[in-house]
Design a protein. Structure first.
Length: 340
């Protein structure tokens, strides 16, 4: 059990953020935990990711996370710098880790005169080690996660919106009590049900909750930051990993695609992609279309009342109205569900 005692200022400053870097870390833990066959819905994705690690030398440094064990300095997985950072922004933070932070954190986990081999380069040749890790994570991300990221990002945005509404309406107590089956909240203690043992106290800090698609029930946490205590949990939406990325799915035959005949091929592509909420940029990346083209198609679909738009922070998500769901289900011959 990991028990974290939260004082009132820390509790009232509870916030939610997404983190591509934490997703990458947890995906690597998952691959290490299941070297042969990962459970559904990760099975197909894990086969692909294992091939990436086996066949792409540039991604090899990302394997470092399989060597760290359960406890390691948090500079290797810094808290996200904003509520919705890109992988590039988080890797920039990793690359810029000051020597003073490394020197402060390492003694909490290892004696300076007895450093494990995987950790020693961050002391002896800090910048080269940080750059090597960041480059490896970027290569791994591009090949193993980026094809799924538009759909993952949409699911995470929906998760953040749902949790933010709960936080605003009912406060942090209700949010933490309903966070995950292995997260227990009994004021003032947040308990993470894990095999390892630990006791921490957060005084006048900020609690940052990080939903992860790749968590598969695993709960990770970060306590080294002087101002932020970060805790991850399993986000809804991991089922999307059971699908191939939309850009890799075979296109419907225009001659027999009834939805394309009715609304046009471009709008049919957008409607099918919106079975999960997405941004204009996310749709463009998923479908391999220019953002201006996607924007034009969305405008027509909004006017027709089959698509809606919702603002989530600085981003705008598009999803299907019930009429759009009906079109995809009844005309497009593909299952869909309405998005909130």
């Amino acid at each position: 059990m990991i028990r974290i005692e939260l004082d009132e200022p820390t509790l009232t400053r509870t916030r939610i953020a997404t983190s591509p870097l934490w997703e990458a870390k947890c995906s690597l833990y998952l691959l290490d935990r299941y070297p042969d066959e990962a459970p559904w819905p990760y099975t197909g994705w894990a086969r692909h990711a294992h091939r990436v690690l086996a066949e792409l030398p540039e991604a090899a440094p990302a394997r470092l996370y399989s060597k760290t064990g359960s406890w390691y300095p948090d500079f290797l997985g810094p808290v996200p710098p904003t509520a919705s950072p890109t992988i590039a922004e988080e890797l920039a933070v990793l690359r810029a880790t000051p020597a003073s932070v490394i020197a402060e954190q390492i003694p909490r986990y290892h004696r300076p005169d007895d450093l494990p081999g995987w950790l020693r380069p961050f002391v002896t040749d800090r910048q080269a080690a940080l750059d090597r890790l960041a480059d490896g994570l970027q290569a791994y991300w591009d090949a193993a996660i980026a094809p799924w990221w538009p759909a993952m990002r949409a699911a995470l945005d929906e998760e953040v919106l749902h949790r933010a509404r709960a936080l605003a309406a009912h406060g942090p107590d209700a949010l933490l009590a309903d966070l995950h089956e292995r997260v227990r909240w009994e004021r003032p203690t947040l308990t993470l049900v894990k095999p390892s043992e630990g006791q921490f106290t957060a005084v006048d800090q900020r609690l940052l909750l990080i939903p992860l698609i790749f968590s598969r029930g695993a709960l990770t946490f970060s306590t080294d930051h002087p101002e932020i205590l970060a805790v991850s949990y399993q986000a809804r939406g991991s089922v999307l990993l059971a699908d191939r990325p939309a850009a890799e799915k075979p296109a419907a035959d225009p001659a027999t695609d009834r939805l394309a005949v009715l609304v046009g091929r471009g709008r049919a592509q957008v409607l099918r992609a919106l079975t999960r909420p997405a941004t204009t940029a996310g749709l463009a990346a998923t479908l391999g279309l220019a953002p201006s083209t996607v924007s034009e198609q969305l405008s027509a679909l909004l006017t027709a009342g089959v698509v809606h738009r919702r603002r989530v922070g600085r981003r705008v998500l598009y999803g299907l109205e019930p009429a759009g769901v009906a079109l995809v289900q009844l005309i497009g011959d593909e299952p869909a569900t309405a998005s909130a």
